[in-house]
Design a protein around this ligand. Structure first.
Ligand code: ACM
Length: 628
C-alpha cells in the first residue's frame, strides 16, 4: 500500500497533461476541454479510413511506439481513427483538421492528408512530455486530456530558411532540422544552397561548381575574423549535396508536408560560383577563391557597401545566361516547388559600373543606372525560370530598378519591400530581419555564444511580428518565414539553439489566428515545449529568462536599469564581487553604479528559483551601453 502511494505520488506530476496544462504550439483556432482522459495502452489500435490516411497512421504509430515501448497495431478500424472527410469541411481548407479526444477513442478528420498530419502533431502534444523521447520511458501514464479541437492555418506559406553555404550541414542534419520544424506545422523549407562561402548543390552539367565551389580553406575560431586564403593553400573544407541527396531530403520533407524552396543567390553573393568559373564575373579574376569567412566587404550603414573582391555575375555576358539556364534546368527538374528563389540581395555594382561590356549594354538597352541593369538581369532570369515552368521569388532588392513582371518578393530589410510589392499586385513572403532573423542575438551578448551580431532580436520582438501591414490586401501576403543564416552556426545543435524558442513564436504567428496572440500565454506554452525539447534531445535557448540590462547617466551618475521580457520574474544583484541570489539586493529601481572597479552581477528568479543566467557587467561595459 505504501509502495502504491509512493508510486502514485512520483508518477503523477510528469505523466498527466491536465486540461489547464494543455500547451499546443502553434495555438489551435479553437480548443474545448472536456471531462476525462484518453489512456493509451499497448492494446490501443490506430485506424485509417482510407488508404491515403495510412501513412499518417503509420507515422503516429512510430512516434508513439518509440517512447512507450508498445507495438501499436495499425489497421482499418482503430481506437484512434484517422479519416479523410468524404464531404469536405469548407472551414478546414487543405491543411485544417478536427481532433476529438474522448475517454474511449480519438478521431482525427481532415479534408486532405496534410490536415491529418497536422492533427497527429497536435495529438502528440497532448500526451505527456515523455512522448518526445526516442527510447522507452517507464512508469508514465500515457494520458491525453479529452478535447475538441478545430484548427487550420492563417497563412499558406509558413517557412523556415537554413543557410548551408556559410556552414555546411549534412543531409542527416538537414532532415533532423526539417523534422523539428514539421512538428510545429511549418510547410516551406527555404534552402539557401549557394553563397560566397560554398556552392552546395550538384549541377551535373557544371561539375566545377561543386569540385571547386564547394571547397574552401579550413579555418577555426570566429567567423569574420578568419584569415583570407593564402596563395596555393589547399581548399579542404568541402561539402555539397548530390542530386540523390537532394531527392532524399525532398522525399523526407514531403512525408512531413513540407515543400522545399531552393535558392541560388545571384547576381551577387556568387563568389563560390566565380571561384569555379571566373569568366562569369566582370573582372574574370582567376585568383578568386571560395571565401572561408574572412572579411571582403566594407559596410557603411544605410545599405551602402563595397565588395573588395568581385562576387557578382556579369549581367552583360551571354555566357552567364547560358550558365544560369543550365543551373535552373537541373534545379527545376529536381525541385517540385513552383518557385525558385534567385536571391538578388546585396549585389555590389561597382565592378559593373567600370566594365565596358556593362556600359555598352546599358546604353543599348537604355538602362539609366546599375539598379536598372540588375533589373534587366533579373527579368532575363525570370524568363529562363518561366521556360522551365517555374516562378521567380527573390529578396526585396529585386524591386530596385523595376520588378520582373511576375516575381514574388521576400521582404527582409523590413516590411517596406513587401508593402511595395503587394501594392504592385505581387505575391509577398514576409521575413523582416528586425523580427524573424533567428541568426541574430536573442539575449545579452555577454552571455550569448555569438557576441558580435549586428543586431538583437529578442523573443518578445519576434512574437510581436505581424505579417500583414495595415492597409495591405492580405491576399498578397502568402505568409512568412524564420530565417537562419549560418555564419555563426557551425553545428545543428547551434541551429536549434538559435531557432527555439523564436521559431515557436513564428509558428504561432504564421498558423494561429491573430486574435489569439497573448504573450503570457505563449510563454506558458513555451515552457512546456522546452520540457518537450529536453525529452526530444533538441537544443533551445533560455535567453528570454535573462535580465535585460541597460544603462544611463543622470546628474553625472551612472545607473543600471534591469528589465525582463517574461513577466513575473525577480532580479537580484550584487556590486561587491559576490554571486547574486535571492538573498542579495532585490532590484526595484535603477541602481547607481559607484565609481571604481565595480561589476554589476544580476540574476533572475521566479518563485524563489533561479531561472536566468547570471549577467556580469563591469562599469566600463555599462558606460558603453549608455544611450543604447
Ligand atoms: C539577406 O539577409 N541578405 C537576404
Amino acid at each position: 500500500m505504501r509502495l502504491f502511494t509512493l508510486l502514485f505520488v512520483f508518477i503523477l506530476p510528469n505523466s498527466i497533461v491536465s486540461a489547464q496544462n494543455i500547451a499546443i504550439i502553434p495555438q489551435p483556432v479553437s480548443l474545448k476541454t472536456l471531462k476525462g482522459n484518453f489512456r493509451l495502452t499497448a492494446q490501443t489500435t490506430i485506424g485509417y479510413s482510407q488508404s491515403a490516411a495510412k501513412p499518417m497512421a503509420d507515422l503516429l504509430a512510430t512516434r508513439l511506439n518509440a517512447p512507450t515501448g508498445y507495438r501499436l497495431k495499425v489497421q482499418r478500424q482503430g481506437l484512434i481513427q484517422l479519416s479523410l472527410n468524404t464531404r469536405p469541411d469548407t472551414n478546414l481548407g487543405k491543411e485544417g483538421y478536427t481532433l476529438d479526444v474522448g475517454v474511449q477513442n480519438i478521431r482525427i478528420r481532415a479534408n486532405e492528408a496534410a490536415g491529418l498530419f497536422y492533427g497527429v502533431q497536435t495529438l502528440l502534444q497532448l500526451f505527456p512530455v515523455g512522448i518526445e523521447s526516442q527510447t522507452p520511458v517507464k512508469k508514465v501514464a500515457w494520458n491525453a486530456p479529452a478535447v475538441r479541437i478545430t484548427d487550420y492555418p492563417r497563412f499558406a506559406w509558413r517557412g523556415f530558411m537554413l543557410d548551408v553555404s556559410r556552414h555546411f550541414f549534412s543531409k542527416e542534419d538537414v532532415k533532423r532540422y526539417i523534422d523539428r520544424m514539421a512538428r510545429y506545422k511549418y510547410n516551406v523549407f527555404h534552402w539557401h544552397l549557394t553563397d560566397d562561402n560554398g556552392w552546395r548543390v550538384e549541377i551535373k552539367s557544371l561539375p566545377n561548381l561543386t569540385r571547386t565551389g564547394a571547397c574552401r580553406v579550413q579555418r577555426y575560431g570566429r567567423w569574420g575574423e578568419f584569415e583570407a586564403p593564402r596563395p596555393g593553400e589547399p581548399a579542404t573544407d568541402c561539402g555539397f549535396y548530390t542530386q540523390d541527396d537532394i531527392r532524399e531530403v525532398l522525399a523526407y520533407a514531403a512525408e512531413r508536408y513540407i515543400t522545399v524552396l531552393p535558392e541560388i543567390d545571384v547576381p551577387g553573393h556568387s563568389m563560390a560560383a566565380i571561384a569555379a568559373y571566373p569568366e562569369l564575373c566582370c573582372t574574370k579574376d582567376t585568383s578568386i577563391k571560395v571565401n572561408p569567412g574572412s572579411v571582403f566587404a566594407e559596410w557603411y550603414g544605410n545599405g551602402q557597401f563595397k565588395m573588395l573582391i568581385d562576387n557578382s555575375l556579369n549581367p552583360a555576358d551571354e555566357n552567364v545566361y547560358a550558365f544560369l539556364d543550365k543551373v535552373f534546368t537541373e534545379l527545376a527538374a529536381l525541385f517540385p516547388h513552383p518557385y525558385i528563389h534567385v536571391g538578388g540581395d546585396e549585389c555590389y555594382h561597382g565592378y559593373w559600373e567600370n566594365d565596358p561590356g556593362c556600359k555598352a549594354l546599358m546604353q543599348k538597352e537604355g538602362l539609366k543606372n546599375s539598379h536598372e541593369l540588375q533589373s534587366y538581369f533579373l527579368k532575363r532570369v525570370e524568363k529562363i525560370l518561366k521556360s522551365k515552368g517555374k516562378k521567380m521569388i527573390g529578396w526585396d532588392e529585386i524591386l530596385e530598378g523595376g520588378l520582373a513582371p511576375e516575381a514574388a518578393v521576400m521582404s527582409w530589410r523590413g516590411l517596406e519591400g513587401g508593402i511595395e510589392a503587394a501594392k504592385l499586385g505581387h505575391e509577398v513572403v514576409m521575413s523582416p530581419n528586425d523580427y524573424v532573423y533567428i541568426d541574430l542575438l536573442q539575449g545579452d551578448p555577454i552571455v550569448e555564444p555569438d557576441q558580435t551580431s549586428y543586431k538583437k532580436v529578442r523573443l518578445k520582438k519576434t512574437y510581436e511580428f505581424e505579417p500583414v501591414p495595415e492597409g495591405i490586401d492580405p491576399k498578397y501576403i502568402l505568409g512568412g518565414q524564420a530565417n537562419l543564416w549560418s555564419e555563426k552556426v557551425p553545428t545543428i545543435r547551434q541551429a536549434e539553439y538559435m531557432s527555439f524558442p523564436r521559431a515557436w513564436a513564428t509558428a504561432d504567428i504564421y498558423w494561429s489566428p491573430k486574435s489569439s496572440k497573448n504573450w503570457d500565454g505563449f510563454i506558458r506554452r513555451m515552457e512546456r515545449h522546452m520540457e518537450r525539447a529536453d525529452a526530444a534531445g533538441c537544443n533551445y535557448a533560455r535567453s528570454a529568462f535573462d535580465a535585460i540590462v541597460t544603462a544611463s547617466v543622470k546628474d553625472g551618475k551612472l545607473f543600471a536599469e534591469v528589465a525582463t521580457e517574461i513577466n513575473g520574474l525577480d532580479a537580484y544583484y550584487t556590486l561587491n564581487e559576490t554571486l547574486p541570489d535571492s538573498f542579495t539586493s532585490h532590484y526595484t529601481q535603477p541602481v547607481e553604479i559607484p565609481e571604481g572597479p565595480v561589476t554589476l552581477k544580476v540574476i533572475t528568479y521566479r518563485d524563489g528559483k533561479p531561472v536566468g543566467k547570471m549577467i556580469a557587467l563591469k562599469r566600463e561595459e555599462l558606460l558603453k551601453r549608455v544611450g543604447k
